[in-house]
Design a protein around this ligand. Structure first.
Ligand code: ZN
Ligand code: ZN
Ligand code: ZN
Length: 353
């Protein structure tokens, strides 16, 4: 069957990073929709909120007070999900790994991107975002160098719909003693591909996408963002470094600037899609810090936004998706074209002009 015809009919696509499949049903995008309607959250108008625990000078719930920071600010999460003091233990009450548990030591930090309560990555300047990239790189190196830390997960949750109640621009860093599920799957796939092909999985994938062009959304000197062939979320993006490199720490100043620039371009396009502050979960996948060499690891970021066709209609992972396999209606090619054709200037600025 011709490829283009295959993409028009229900088909499944393979994710080589996780080795899982996604069901694509293009015709379902035509069906009538009676989805959930929510009030779209309006962006905060205040540059400083006295009740915000992330704004400069404010007191946090744990009793500590934030300094009057001018750029970025990082602190240990007052209600951390992981603790460095956890003692090593393993227990199996059944003897057959039916009730298996292991201790997990780790660190949780919060990273404020800006002292301004009302900003987002999309509305920060490239030099301001570069400060955030520098801080992420520093934190990756510092936390990753701790002997008991094998993986450093840097991520951002944006929007109430994603469970993030505070609009202040911030992200988190969770670092673990073990490599968590998602990076572990990707590590195994990248390692196997490297062994079989003597090449990097994501370097090869980027070549394919650059040639195809149909799923490419934004490119600059050192990075490219595509709606991956196997995308599950409607407007999912995969951000790839052009050069083969494993982590943020290895990026030179020019490349960090390039990363800041493409982060601004991605988030601006997202906001412009429905002219709202677009919700998403994003995070970097980098080389584990387990003391091993990882030539197979290619530095990248995933953006997982939940919105489907408007500011108020979201995609739910329920029913078949919870029980069997993820499924999508709009093809990744159509989603990429939509994002690619949006204006690169933030809608709030266009309205001011
Ligand atoms: Zn704030
Ligand atoms: Zn690579
Ligand atoms: Zn990944």
């Amino acid at each position: 069957m011709e490829l283009r015809n295959l993409y028009r009919d229900p088909h499944r696509r393979f994710n080589p990073l996780t080795r899982e499949w996604v069901l694509v049903s293009p015709h379902r995008a035509e069906r009538p929709w009676q989805g959930q309607l929510e009030a779209s959250p309006s962006p905060p108008a205040l540059t400083y909120d006295p009740a915000c625990y992330l704004c400069p000078g404010n007191e946090r719930a744990g009793g500590s007070r934030n300094p009057n920071y001018q750029t970025t600010f990082v602190f240990a999460n007052d209600f951390a999900a992981l603790s460095p003091e956890t003692k090593t233990a393993r227990q199996d009450d059944s003897g057959r790994e039916l009730l298996l548990s292991e201790s997990e030591a780790g660190i949780c930090k919060v990273v404020c991107f800006s002292p301004r309560h009302d900003l987002t990555l999309a509305r920060m300047t490239v030099p301001e975002i570069t400060r955030v990239v520098d801080l992420w790189a520093e934190q990756y190196a510092e936390i990753g160098s701790l002997p008991y830390i094998s993986y450093v997960q840097i991520f951002e949750n944006r929007g109430e719909i994603m469970g993030c109640s505070n609009p202040h621009p911030h992200g988190q860093i969770w670092a673990n003693q073990t490599i968590p599920n998602e990076p572990r799957k990707e590590q195994e796939s990248q390692k196997a591909y490297f062994g079989n092909n003597h090449a990097c999985l994501l370097c090869d994938y980027l070549k394919v996408e650059t040639q195809a062009g149909t799923r490419m959304v934004v490119e600059n000197t050192h990075f490219a963002a595509v709606v991956p062939f196997w995308a599950v979320w409607p407007f999912e993006l995969l951000l790839l470094s052009r050069r083969h490199t494993g982590d943020l720490g290895s990026l030179d100043p020019d490349t960090r600037n390039s990363l800041a620039e493409i982060l601004q371009q991605i988030t601006t396009r997202y906001d412009n899609l429905f002219e709202i502050s677009f919700p998403y979960s994003m995070g970097f996948h980098q080389s584990p810090t387990d003391g091993e060499a990882h030539p197979e690891w290619h530095f990248h970021a995933h953006f997982y936004p939940p919105l489907l066709r408007s500011a108020t209609v979201r995609k739910f992972m329920v029913g078949y998706e919870l029980l069997a396999s993820p499924q999508r209606d709009i093809t990744p090619e159509a989603a990429a074209a939509t994002l690619r054709n949006l204006k690169p200037i933030h809608y709030s600025e266009r309205k001011l002009r």
